[in-house]
Design a protein around this ligand. Structure first.
Ligand code: 13P
Ligand code: SF4
Length: 308
C-alpha cells in the first residue's frame, strides 16, 4: 500500500517533469519494476544517448550516471543516493593510473565502462562486458594494449582473443569473492544445472562455466537455452528478470558465503523507491562534470557506441 502511494507519486512527477528512470539489472526488483528502461551497462548507455527526457534519474551506480551525463551534458542527471559508487571503478584512482600510463608509453588504452569519467579521459576507447571482445579485436594484432580496470575481465578477454594486454590490477569486490569451492558444491547438489557467469568473476569460476557473458547476455542465454536450471555466478538482482522471462526455470544463486549476502552489490542496492521519489521531487543529487572532462570522456565513449 505504502509502495503504491510512492509509485503513484513517482509516476506523476515523471510526467510533470518529463523525466525517465533508468535502472541496471542489479537494482532491487521494485526499482526495476518502476523503471522506463532496465538494462546492462551497454544498453543503458545506448538508451541514455537517445532519450528526449529533460531529467534522467539513474538507478545504478555513479559511473553509469556519469556516462549518461557525458552523453547528455544539457540534461539533468540525478542519482537517488550519492554513495552508490562502484568498488571496481574505485580500484583505479586517476593519479595512479596516470603514472601507470607514463611507465608504459606507446600503448592504446581500452577502459571498461566501470571506471570514473576521469579514467575515460585517459582512454582511447571504452568497452562493456557485452562488447569487450569486439572492441579489443578492432585493434591490430600487434598493437600494444592496456586494459583497465578489471583484471578478471581483462584476463578473460586475453584468453578469448589471444592478445597479451597489459592489465590494471583492479576488481569488483562482489564478483571477485565468488568461490569455486562453493560452485563445485552447488554443481554436485544440482547436477542438471548449467553454470552461467559474468566475466568479472575469477578465472577459476569462468573455466567451469558453461556460458560467460554480460548481464544481458546471461539473461538472453537463459531464455534461448533448453536447460531448466542454472547456477548463476553474478549479482543477485538479475534473478528478477530471469524468473520474469522464464518463470518455469530454476535459478540458483552462487553464494560467496552462506552467512552473508556478499553477492548483493551494496551500491546498487542503495537505490530504492523512497530516494528515487525524493531526488525526482527535489531535483537533488545532480551529477556535475566539468566541460573539459565531458569533452574528453565523450571521445572514447562515442567511439565505442559507433562500433557497437
Ligand atoms: P554489465 O556490463 O553486465 O551491465 O555489468 C556491469 C557491472 O557493474 C557488473 O558488475
Ligand atoms: Fe561495481 Fe561490482 Fe557493483 Fe558492478 S557489482 S556496480 S562492478 S561493485
Amino acid at each position: 500500500m505504502k509502495n503504491r502511494t510512492i509509485i503513484n507519486e513517482i509516476e506523476l512527477l515523471k510526467t510533470q517533469k518529463n523525466a525517465i528512470i533508468l535502472s541496471h539489472y542489479y537494482t532491487l526488483s521494485e526499482v526495476q519494476e518502476i523503471s522506463d528502461f532496465v538494462g546492462d551497462s551497454l544498453a543503458l548507455a545506448h538508451y541514455a544517448q537517445k532519450t528526449e527526457a529533460d531529467i534522467i534519474v539513474f538507478a545504478g551506480v555513479h559511473f553509469m550516471a556519469e556516462t549518461a551525463k557525458i552523453l547528455n551534458p544539457n540534461k539533468k542527471v540525478l542519482v537517488p543516493d550519492f554513495n552508490s559508487k562502484c568498488s571496481l571503478a574505485d580500484s583505479c584512482p586517476p593519479e595512479e593510473f596516470r603514472e601507470f600510463l607514463k611507465k608504459h608509453p606507446n600503448h592504446k588504452v581500452i577502459s571498461y565502462i566501470n571506471c570514473s569519467a576521469e579514467i575515460k579521459t585517459m582512454s582511447d576507447i571504452i568497452c562493456t562486458s557485452s562488447n569487450a571482445v569486439k572492441i579489443v579485436e578492432s585493434f591490430d594484432k600487434d598493437e600494444k594494449l592496456i586494459f583497465a580496470p578489471d583484471r578478471n575481465l581483462g584476463a578473460y578477454i586475453n584468453s578469448v582473443t589471444g592478445r597479451n594486454m597489459l592489465l590494471w590490477d583492479g576488481a569488483c569486490h562482489v564478483h571477485n569473492q565468488l568461490k569455486s569451492e562453493k560452485l563445485i558444491e552447488l554443481m554436485k547438489e544440482h547436477p542438471d544445472a548449467k553454470v552461467i557467469a559474468h566475466p568479472e568473476c575469477k578465472a577459476i569460476i569462468l573455466e567451469i562455466a558453461d556460458f560467460i557473458g554480460s548481464t544481458k547476455a546471461m539473461l538472453d542465454f537463459t531464455q534461448k537455452d533448453d536447460a531448466q536450471k542454472y547456477i548463476v555466478a553474478t549479482e543477485t538482482g538479475i534473478i528478477h528478470q530471469m524468473t520474469k522471462y522464464s518463470p518455469q526455470k530454476t535459478f540458483v544463486v552462487l553464494p560467496s558465503d552462506e552467512n552473508c549476502n556478499c553477492n548483493d552489490c551494496p551500491y546498487m542496492k542503495l537505490n530504492n523507491l523512497e530516494n528515487i521519489k525524493n531526488c525526482l521531487k527535489n531535483e537533488t543529487n545532480q551529477v556535475y562534470l566539468s566541460y573539459d572532462i565531458i569533452q574528453k570522456a565523450k571521445v572514447p565513449l562515442l567511439k565505442m557506441l559507433e562500433i557497437i
